[in-house]
Design a protein around this ligand. Sequence first.
Ligand code: ASP
Length: 580
Amino acid sequence: MNRWRDLYCGELRPDDVGRTVAVAGWVARRRDHGGLIFIDLRDHTGIVQLVVNPERSKEAAAAAHAIRSEFVVHARGEVVNRAPDAVNPNIATGGVEVQVDELEVVARSEPLPFQLDDDGVEEPLRLRYRYLDLRRDRMQRNLRLSATVIAAIRRSMEEQGFIDVWTPTMTLGTPEGARDFLVPVRLQPGKFFALAQSPQLFKQTFMIGGLDRYYQIAICWRDEDLRADRQFEFRQLDLELAFPTREEVLEVLENVMVASFESLGRTPPARPFRHLSYADAMLRYGSDKPDLRFGVEIQDATEVTRGSEFGVFANADCVRFLVAPTAFSRAELQRLEDFAKEWGAKGLAYLVVDESGEVRSPIAKFLSADELAAFAAPPGSTVLFAADSQAMVERVLGALRSELGQRLGLIDDARDELLWVIDFPLFLPDEETGKWTFVHHPFTSPLEGHEDLIESDPGGALSQHYDLVWHGWELGSGSIRVHQQEIQERVFRAMGMTDEEAQAKFGWFLEALRMGAPPHGGFALGIERVVALFAGEANIREIIAFPKTASGWDPLTGAPAPTTQERLSELGIKLQTPPA
Ligand code: ASP
């Protein structure tokens, strides 16, 4: 290759025996066997064993003595077969080693803050020294897997006739349900750009502009609490098509997902992906992103409990239950009740059916034969109930179902099922204000024929919004959009926005809708989520090179950081709490 190396460390094979080669990399391990020194030299392809023998090279042996872990080393020597009892069948280079003639320490390393083969290192320390963490197999594997998937996604999009167009990151607020990150502007003190929560309005504008099929791996910024599947900044495969049917949009995404599976040599899930309506998903799984790798479906018992002698059931708007495949002990039931209460339940009624089929429950005596028949469950199971408002019942049983899936080990990891959740409501009441607010974003079209419900029954209007779900994660969302200005204004009004407010926030876009806007629709797929699931990681931080911690800062650079009074004055900003 060049003066440093002829090949990568992990590439040496028995075929190379007899060659003189140069290799370079990091010292993973150095063992001193009284006289002979063994060095495991590592790069991103693997490890090769160097043997330094003072009888072969005095200079190399002297250099080897000073070497420590993670020194950067360059060596030249002869590839030989290892002695039969020294062969390491666990690594690809395990049959050979390099007998060193020249050894050069290219860069030294201080003692490390953690050992690279220690799997128990706390995350803040890993992030503080991310460059060391990146040398480890896990991060190498994850970042390379990510690059493979992104390349496959781009290829698929190009093959499907989409063109890659860039959109501004500094813009006006884009309503995706989070807060905007604001950027002050020195030349216009007192004014702020918002970092785009997504390219939503720009991509719709592309359709009005006749671009027909747009895509971009777009960075999005959202100021919201961080979670396992959320960071302040993340990437989306963002796309939009003119004159589409919903099925066409879904097909584009299915092609992308299949290409991603194939790029990793994995068998893609069956197509078309399963469809589930929002209403069904909420009823059967208590979630609009159900994990389909296990059963434990929720069942409705509202009807059968209307005349119940158990007042909690009779008086609740909604009664539902699920059957856990195990007969829980009293202590376990107590823990589950505490869990349900954390999610807002007032209690957790249950029927335990023990192995002999006998029912144990403080409420059984209040239940009629009809009720008991409706809740019939096999021996060795527990029926768990929620009785409350429908929204609370969905929330509690949805959370309980996920918890049971984890706790009882019900999840079948080998099962890859991708799911489309469709027919979402257009609006839901905002939890704090009670006002109607969009479920997806305000540019989502009502379902055909539901336009008049915008005013007459906002809560009953369904939309053309769809989500892609995998393993209980929402991979992405999209919709067929409103393309008529008049309907767009009606949606804004239904959300309690005055025409003046709508004009101030979205006037430019309402104007564009008046100048020949074709029907259009699109989608955005969360790249980090897709990659994390492919990598088998439970947190997207594991597939991001430099993520923020859960509390929202970067231990490597120390960002975010205070700024100087001078910078603030230039920007026309006065802090309520002056910088420390
Ligand atoms: N802008 C939407 C989002 O970021 C996706 C879309 O509707 O295309 O979720």
